[in-house]
Design a protein around this ligand. Structure first.
Ligand SMILES: Nc1ncnc2c1ncn2[C@@H]1O[C@H](COP(=O)(O)OP(=O)(O)OP(=O)(O)O)[C@@H](O)[C@H]1O
Length: 276
């Protein structure tokens, strides 16, 4: 990235602990503007904690985070909300609100007090609902939506917010395979910087420009999908046996998992010895 274009994110030596447990240890990475960055790692690796530091939900003990070249602590809450949209892992409760009203909340950071929605705002809301396939659910109570529909509504709200950086904490965890692919391709096409924690390594490989692999709060690897998703790294960090080949369509890593192995260090060459 050229010297005069600041990174979307610049994270340096970020550490955070809770209840005397070190959850994040000196995590450093940067994200180019317009890049889709995938955060991967086993359960409890610290992915959500790292994302929470980025949107100032928790305060790291050490290190700093720059957003578009500026320390995030220098942003007012409103400035941050106009630049950053977040879709969290757990969908919150919104009683007595329709899907459309939830999506309209994305406009709030850009509005003055008592300012009502303009015709173009209403069009943006309708467009976002269509993009996530919820146009027929616009008037339905949000609480009556399925888990996946709620998640798509919150992504529509983030789209309406028109952020420069979109932070997604496991955006696909309630979605069927069609919407997993569709929603990640949709956020990619927004052309903004996106950082998303993703459990499905094949999905992360397919949609992300670069990956960051966390394990036990440390950044174990970062780089292009084919630099991070190697059989050795996946075996070490996730304790599974796999084969990595080239995806026939996009050419990035395609991981095939083997079953019946004990965790800890098998490679596919051990196949004949393993009892399946
Ligand atoms: N507020 C907190 N207080 C105490 N421990 C916490 C807190 N937040 C997170 N942790 C612990 O930090 C570790 C990392 O949690 P985190 O949710 O960041 O992991 P994750 O990689 O997102 O996991 P998963 O893939 O399971 O969602 C876990 O062991 C969790 O119990």
């Amino acid at each position: 990235m050229s010297a005069d274009i600041p990174s979307a994110l610049n994270v340096e030596h970020l550490s955070w602990s809770a209840d005397d447990n070190q959850i994040l240890s000196r995590v450093s990475f940067s994200q180019n503007q317009g890049e889709m960055l995938g955060l991967i790692g086993p359960n409890g690796a610290g992915k959500s904690s790292l994302l929470r530091c980025l949107y100032r939900y928790i305060t790291p003990e050490q290190g700093n985070v720059k957003l578009f070249g500026r320390n995030i602590n220098g942003f007012s809450q409103k400035q941050l909300a106009t630049q950053v949209a977040v879709v969290q892992q757990e969908t919150p409760h919104y009683f007595e609100m329709t899907t459309e009203q939830i999506v309209a909340m994305g406009l709030t950071p850009h509005k003055g007090l008592f300012e009502s929605d303009s015709p173009s705002d209403k069009q943006d809301i309708a467009d976002a609902l269509t993009k996530v396939g919820l146009q027929l659910k616009a008037k339905q109570q949000y609480e009556q939506l399925s888990g996946g529909e709620k998640q798509r509504a919150l992504i529509a709200r983030a789209i309406v917010q028109k952020p420069q950086l979109l932070i997604l904490d496991e955006p696909t965890n309630h979605l069927d395979i069609r919407y997993q692919i569709q929603i990640l391709e949709l956020v990619r096409q927004l052309g903004i910087s996106v950082i998303a924690s993703i459990h499905d390594l094949n999905l992360a490989s397919a949609v992300c420009d670069r990956l960051i692999l966390l394990n036990a709060g440390k950044c174990i690897a970062q780089g292009l999908p084919d630099e991070v998703l190697t059989e050795a790294i996946i075996g070490d960090v996730f304790g599974v046996c796999c084969q990595v080949s080239k995806h026939p369509q996009h050419g990035k890593p395609l991981i095939t998992y083997f079953y019946g192995y004990q965790s800890g260090g098998h490679s596919k060459d051990d196949e004949t010895e393993a009892s399946l």
